[in-house]
Design a protein. Sequence first.
Length: 625
Amino acid sequence: MLDSDAAVSDVCSLLGLPLRKDQGRERGELIAPQDVRLGVFVCRCGTNIASVVNTAEVVEFARSLPGVVWAQENLFSCSSDATKEMAKTVREKGITRLLVASCTPRTHLPIFQDVMKQAGMNPGFVSMANIREQCAWVHKKDPEKATEKAKSLVKAAVGKISGSRALSFLTSPIVKRALVLGGGVSGLTAAMTLAEQNIDVVLVEKTDRLGGRSLHSLEDFRTGHFEVHFNKLVDQVLNHPRITVYLNATLEAFSGSAGNFTSRVRVVGKQGEKEVDLNYGALIIAIGARTLNPCGLYGYGEMDAVCTQAELERELKAELDNRNWGHDFPGNYVRPSGAYFETTLSRIRHLCMIQCVGSRSDERPYCSRVCCTRAVNHAVILKTLYPHMNITILYRDIRTYGFNELLYQEAREKGVVFIKYDPENPPAVSPVRLGKQKAVSIEVKNKGYGSSATCEDPVLCLTVDRLVLSEATLPTDDHETLARLLKLPLSASGFFMEKHLKLGPAETQLEGVYVCGQAHYPKTVSESVIHAKAVSAKALALLSQDVKVRFAPTVSVNTGRCVRCLTCVRVCPYEVPVFRAGEIFIDKLKCQGCGICVAECPNKAIEPDIVADSQVVKELELLVR
Ligand code: SF4
Ligand code: SF4
Ligand code: SF4
């Protein structure tokens, strides 16, 4: 999904095409007929639903329900062929209400709302019955009862949709400017991609320089492309007429809705602090991540011979620069000072790496994803520079996914030794001396392949003159503050959550706000670049429109019933309701339609525009009848 979005972004840049979405049909030509002519589409979802629920029987049952003029099965309702056919059927059969019995509306409702729009119909007249997650998947062992339940769910949904109302559309002009938070590789890539498409960009970076940690990455060490590319990118961003860069800057305030946000940025400069007010249409979060300081783990901070992968990376980079390695191609990079930095790498006889330091623990159960590839890459570079160096990697599972597996193979061919350790009995380290030199003694229980540790497992004793810890990747210190300011959820690991893992990996829960790179979860540099391009494509699709049209499932306040208790003002997670001139005012462009205020209002003064109480009551009645 991300790869394809990134490819779209590249193709549009290449051809100079804007990612414009035709909204003419959405605004002017959609009709909202009052007569109820129901079309029911029952999805088989391949065998996901059909292997449990008798979908043909559900279709027959649907045909007998009041108001239903058409019912049929679909193999995959959300496929593009099926949605086109559905729109055609809606037009041909004069269907005015669409019910899709398939999976969850949380992810798929917009797809079927688009079907209605394609058919020239208001998207409010769509409903879904979840016969997959709430039926087929939970009643696998009882197909008969599952089929009966599917019929009940369809019957209830028919009752609900019969009383549905048209969605009103809201419009607002789009500010053709993007705000990018973070000046690392993801932020730089996103800023350049947008600027090249004639979008004004404001880039806000917390530190005093652009480039981030990726400038030192050795992911592409054979050619040195990253360094050349990113140095060039920093120059391009700093000199692009459409990009304004604020260094030493932080986001202080945030409000508005997709296409029209406002923020205040605090900038610390040589002349003191200043505040800048910004108005923009899309926000890209690219604040990156940080790595763990493993102080106290495996002797780090106590023994000189213990370092992190980040520290080894800097030494390796200096060594490669000394040799002008990988810079022998057009656009040659030359270290600006031409200086030679002496490293101690050539003196190492045995180097050991320990994987998963701080990851996959009780405190941090997630896998940091990139450390296996990084460690194996560093081992390959070391073996290339110093073929006689002994290298041992102590690991729990080697996760060099995708083509990184080739690096793992190369490491093995070059003689890197991999030893699996048991997380219950992690390696024990202690200081020793190798002649005059300080070294590290490591005891590790070799867990072997696919077996669990037993008391017979051999204990290996290694004496190494360098121990490198593959430290965990963590969210930055700013993740929580920013999430609170933007009202966005963080994952259990503390990174920004995408809207949907498969269907919206570049978007967040808030329309017009996108997340990319390591702010999302640990990624390699190449993955971060792809993610940034994918996010830019999404932002471009929004910013290349002149007007934002939104079919909004929002809420309305009945001022006659409102007792001005301000409960809604307190409970709305998006701070939408405001008390103004003695009344509650709801900005429908900002409202996310979550319904929390509807449930909390003690006097039932707030009602959703699309689902009336009477519809829900009807649905429940039909469910239990
Ligand atoms: S609409 Fe849902 S249930 Fe149907 S094919 Fe798509 S994912 Fe499966
Ligand atoms: S919660 Fe209901 S009654 Fe209270 S102020 Fe809001 S709309 Fe009025
Ligand atoms: S539905 Fe109510 S609580 Fe939810 S965003 Fe809208 S105003 Fe806020």
